[in-house]
Design a protein around this ligand. Sequence first.
Ligand SMILES: [Zn+2]
Length: 774
Amino acid sequence: MATFGIKCNTCLTNRSKHLFINCWKHFSYNRLNTTAKEEEMPKDKSHLLQKLRDNRMKSAKKTAKNTLASNVFQLSVVGNGSKGNPRALYVWTDRNSYLFNCGEGTQRLANEHKLVITGHHMHFILKLSKLENIFITRRCIENMSGIVGLALTCQDIGVPNITLHGPQHIDRLLSLYHHFLTFSGMKIQTNSYIDYHFEDTDLAIRCLPIQASVAVEDNSKNTSKVSNEISFIYICKLKDRPGELLIKKCIELKVPPGPLLGKLKAGQDIVLSDNRVICSKDVMGPEDKGPIFIVLECPSLQYIDSLLSNESILQSLSNESSNLVSVVVHFTPSDVFTDERYQQWMKRLGDSVEHLIVNEDNPKQSYVGSNRLQIQLNLIDSFIFPLLDCLRNEDTPQAYQSNSVRNTNTLSKYHLRPSNVKGYDSENIVDIDVNAFKEEAFSNSEFMESLKKYHSLESQLQYTAQDYPEIIFLGTGSAVPSKVRNTSAIWLNIDSETSFLLDCGEGTFGQLSRFYGKECDSRLKQLKAIYVSHLHADHHLGILQLLKKRSLVTDEPLLLIIPPAVINWLQNYNECVEQISHMFEIIAIKKFLTESDDKVLKRLRLKELRTCLVPHCSHSYGVSLTTKSEPNFKVVYSGDTQPTPNLTRIGLNCDLLIHEASMEDQLVDEARLKFHSTTSEAIDVGKDMNAKFTILTHFSQRYAKIPVFNENFNDRVGIAFDNMRVRMSDLNKLPKMIPTLKCLFNEQIEELKARSAHTLRRKEVLSQYRDNKT
Ligand SMILES: [Zn+2]
């Protein structure tokens, strides 16, 4: 058992690595809102975190006494594995939670579906606070790239330990983060075995390995490296529960109410006052045999032989009595799933078994929050806010709908206990109702009025459409992804054949595939470079997935203009996990501080590319690029930073400044502590560098939908949304739509105002208190 996530002693002696640790600590601090100068902070959640941990310990102690298996047991699909969606199955009882696989974006979907209200009852659908065990079927990016993001969320809600179970060497992927990611107060452990058994109060899990029968060519075309990776089949048996006490029978036998009933229930025989002996088994209903569910991934056709010949799978089922198998969850890809031999194997499990599919054949409607917003913004401008892929219905994936084989979507559920509700449940499945979301906007009369005004203003705008550069905001939130704002990524179409990505937070590939749909592959092919502004996780965790997806459509290496820590991370991944070095070419970001690189300029069809150091964490950069086309355009991106003359210098007279505006003006102290900018500061940077236009982005998740507007907004300032597309000729439209946005987000704006007033009052009280003290 290896332990990761605690401070590395060797790093502390190594100055450069020590710096990375500090940076990552800063990242953790961002998320926890705890800093050294607590009394100046408008919000401090550290005591809350401690409280969460204490409550957790208390409830754990309470439930530890009860060794009876839980009577509520459910499987819920979090990510259904369709293109751009993560794959993850959440399994829970009223006491324990488990996760099977954790693809990129699991954290975001888990956050979105924390709470679902049905009728008058509230049900926690995904309760991560109880998550302690994550099971991985196979060591690959698709199953594991969401773990770090999810673990950070778990840390924020007070989870003390997470154990990762899976085939050999799954620890290697985690160890890559070891040098620059510290989890304060949470341990991540890994259990990696060839053959493995897990047991707790609710569940016993046996895992059986399958292997490729012949050496499998590595996915990438440039390498002959063979892989004989193991994939696990998890056979999960719920613990048996004793039968119910038959009260009617007890009354017939004249057992008096009171503690004797409890003894009978606990399996003890009793003697009544008239010397009659009552046997527990005579007054108890039949035992509730724990059903079995299976989770498996048969990654390619080469694994089928191993699956078929592995008699211990069927044996272990018959030992347990195979009629207990209720449901099998298949992480198996479509071509294997539909293979005759695989289908035969499924039949051997029995006709009564149900099968749930988690693969690319599933429907794509998962991110309800962002689709809802896009549907409503689309009413304002259908070019700037195009509908996302799942609403365009371009290609319908293969459907298996039958009583025993089912496609799944986010929140498809299967109840294993209690027995009276046992079976498949589609009641909470996410569903994007375009008309309902439109109606919601139509019913807002102020919005409709303002929309009319905007459309008449817009029709009067005189401009010639400039097709390129075109900018697509794929992630505009800071630190943690929310329903409507993913972590940082800006896609730049420099011309019709050349794209450049500025930052690449977790889930960027998913965002890209939802934005472009069918076109996604051709767009990936024309991506020439990724630039990473600094080493915080919300700016680069999505690179691996993007690299792998791109390598399926082109052999051309991708240029990576990245800071040193990210270089180390990729090189370690290449050495320890899988060969990816042929997919990219690294160019140190600092090179562009002083010189240029003709190859990069040529590849990106740029006239100039400059970077500058910015004050955020060590090795943080801002960038300015000028297109080659005539007329050429200069675009500047701040990355994360507080206002700095360095950026003003390289961005002078630009056509567009994209600047972070993490905080509202009132939180300027907090912005300074975390080396971020406020809204007005960002607008002022635009003025100082004489930018023709400024777009604000990277909003703290406290402004999940809309930032706080103030009097400094003018007709050269706009705000970014995820899935917003602008060309230089569209920029003038952005300020004109602000009144309409204010109507659309009226409720959130009122809420923000109330919160701001509260913060102000709190600050006044604090400063009075300090004055009195001096
Ligand atoms: Zn940052």
